[in-house]
Design a binder for this molecule. Structure first.
Ligand code: FES
Length: 578
């Protein structure tokens, strides 16, 4: 039997496991209650595996198994892996919205990483908010980190056709409202959509953020696209376990990888893949943790000359499984060539350019070439400004109707999505195809948590006339799986006293995406008078997390992080407390 003596190698973890005396004994003895041999305290890198798995977060439920593969890689490379749970945020169940808890996950994971004897961390995420939440945490601690996302579900199959999670639900909801589908057909269809482990398999927010993690250089090439049930997902996880040990040994940190250049790459990749508008908020928040100067307008400026190359739902036809088989994100990044900073560093220790230089494309109907793209340059996310959104708003052009990108119509205003749903099926609702639907008090403070409610369905009266899209304006977000001409993230939000709160039904609103303007055609004097009569809604909570959140959350144009979490505190070890 090996007894082993504690070794102080100067690693962070050695401050716990390499200590002599009572403290060191405590740290080691209780770990040995798990049956570890004493060699694990020989000074090898201790690797945390932050796992956001839960049966309440179905997209992440397999991450416990992914963690086992990561552990193999860590052991293989001479590290000591320790899995720990971090808050699992499931998009479909959490109320009022998972976004209310992104910053709580980030705060929890940051503190767990800092408070424990870890030298590096592997971040296991999947469902939408878990990826940015864990990246924010890693950024604020500064320990070496690598991400492994859980991968997309297999393609949904319904009546002989592929159906995309989320995207199909929006369509079926409208089909139900328009009488094109029965409730029984919907119940059958829902069982055909989500048919394996994994996150949504459209280019929704989860797929987008997995791609952003890869584009930022924080996860291994191809890691965003292997299906959740593909053996190569587990192979990649094992490889990530090896790589995190290398990262600890080399001392490469998230700040070395997620530089301004890396964020510029991510924004350009987001345009090329037709990614979710939620990437705007999440990338701003991650950059804020690192002190990287990133602004809302960067998303417009950097995306303008990038065409959409990937033909995936909701902007296109295919699903993540097809994207994987066509060559995945490396094929897209290779295609983008000099539009990217190819010398940006990644967790592999190699540059972006080296990682993707030989990446093949196997299907040009899924990944289009740069010189003959799926959609022309400038069809990505546009940033709008005007007297209705002084601090900005965004619209995803590739998911919008081209005829509505320059539009003028009368406002029909609702103070909540629930108020709209009460009348959405009213055959007498006073709407026409030019109506501009305004849904407000859905921002970070207002709802609270800035839910994905902006893409409310087109009124049933219009759907029955064959109108499939109208302009909608909201201070909330839209699911990455959704589509339509929807102006989102209006800042400041109505609950913070933004001009959106002053709109009245019947006001004229003009949207001019080519000019990047959003205008409420009401004279300034009238708006001043309306403001004098406006009162802020009462806070949605008087205690607990929701109270803390609404007191400190920032607006969408800065990433909706909590003001006291912006930046980082490093990973310095605290005092011994017992
Ligand atoms: Fe989890 Fe879509 S609901 S990724």
């Amino acid at each position: 039997m090996t007894t082993g003596n504690p070794v102080n190698t100067g690693k962070r973890s050695a401050q716990w496991f390499g200590a002599t005396g009572r403290a060191g004994m405590n740290h080691r003895a209780w770990m040995r209650s798990q049956g570890f041999t004493s060699e694990v305290f020989d000074g090898r890198p201790v690797i945390g595996i932050a796992t956001t798995w839960s049966e309440l977060a179905p997209c992440n439920v397999h991450l416990h198994r992914v963690a086992e593969s990561v552990k193999r890689g860590v052991w293989q490379s001479g590290g000591f892996p320790l899995e720990f749970p971090a808050m699992a945020l499931g998009e479909t169940l959490l109320r009022p919205t998972a976004m209310l808890y992104r910053n709580l996950l980030a705060m929890e994971a940051e503190e767990l990483i800092r408070a424990n004897p870890l030298d590096g961390v592997v971040l296991l995420s999947g469902c939408d908010k878990t990826t940015p939440g864990l990246l924010m945490a890693a950024a604020s601690t500064g320990l070496p980190a690598i991400m492994v996302t859980g991968g997309p579900m297999l393609s949904g199959k319904y009546q002989g056709t592929d159906v995309g999670s989320g995207t199909a639900v929006w369509r079926w909801e409208e089909d139900l409202l328009a009488g094109r589908m029965t409730q029984e057909e919907c119940a059958f269809a829902e069982g055909c959509m989500a048919r394996s482990n994994g996150h949504c398999m459209t280019m929704g927010t989860a797929s987008t953020m997995a791609s952003m993690a890869e584009a930022l250089g924080m996860q291994l090439p191809y890691s965003a696209t292997w299906p959740a049930v593909d053996a190569r997902r587990y192979e990649t996880a094992q490889r990530a376990g090896q790589v995190i040990v290398d990262l600890v040994n080399s001392g490469l940190t998230p700040a070395d990888i997620m530089t301004r250049q890396a964020f510029e790459n991510a924004i350009r990749v987001n345009a090329a893949i037709g990614g979710s508008t939620n990437a705007v908020i999440h990338l701003l928040a991650i950059a804020g943790r690192l002190g990287v100067p990133l602004k809302l307008d960067d998303f417009d400026a950097l995306a303008r000359d990038v065409p959409t190359l990937v033909n995936l739902q909701p902007s296109g036809k295919y699903l993540m499984e097809d994207f994987c088989y066509a060559g995945g994100l490396p094929a897209v990044m290779r295609e983008l060539g000099d539009l990217l900073h190819t010398d940006a560093l990644t967790v592999t220790g190699a540059s972006v350019g080296d990682n993707v230089k030989d990446a093949p494309c196997w299907n040009r109907d899924v990944i289009f070439p740069l010189d003959s793209p799926f959609q022309p340059a400038g069809s990505g996310t546009a940033v709008l400004r005007g007297n209705l959104a002084p601090n900005g708003a965004v619209v995803k052009q590739s998911a919008a109707s081209p005829r509505l990108l320059k539009h003028r119509g009368r406002a029909l205003v609702f103070d909540s999505q629930e108020a709209y749903y009460q009348v959405a099926t009213d055959p007498e609702l006073d709407v026409d195809e030019d109506t501009v639907l305004v849904i407000r008090y859905c921002g970070p403070k207002g709802y609270p948590g800035m839910p994905e409610v902006a893409n409310v369905p087109v009124p049933a009266r219009l759907l029955k006339q064959g109108v499939t899209d109208i302009v909608r304006i909201c201070d909330g977000r839209m699911s990455g799986t959704a589509y339509g001409t929807v102006v989102l993230h209006v800042a400041p939000e109505a609950a913070a006293g933004g001009p959106l709160a002053l709109v009245r039904t019947g006001d004229w609103i003009s949207l001019d995406v080519p000019s990047r303007t959003l205008t409420l055609e009401v004279p300034d004097e009238e708006l001043t008078a309306r403001r004098a009569g406006w009162t802020a809604p009462p806070p949605p909570a008087s205690r607990g997390w929701t109270w803390l959140y609404t007191q400190h959350v920032g607006q969408a144009d800065t990433g909706a992080d909590l003001d006291f979490l912006v930046g980082g505190s490093g990973a310095a070890v605290g005092r011994e407390g017992h």
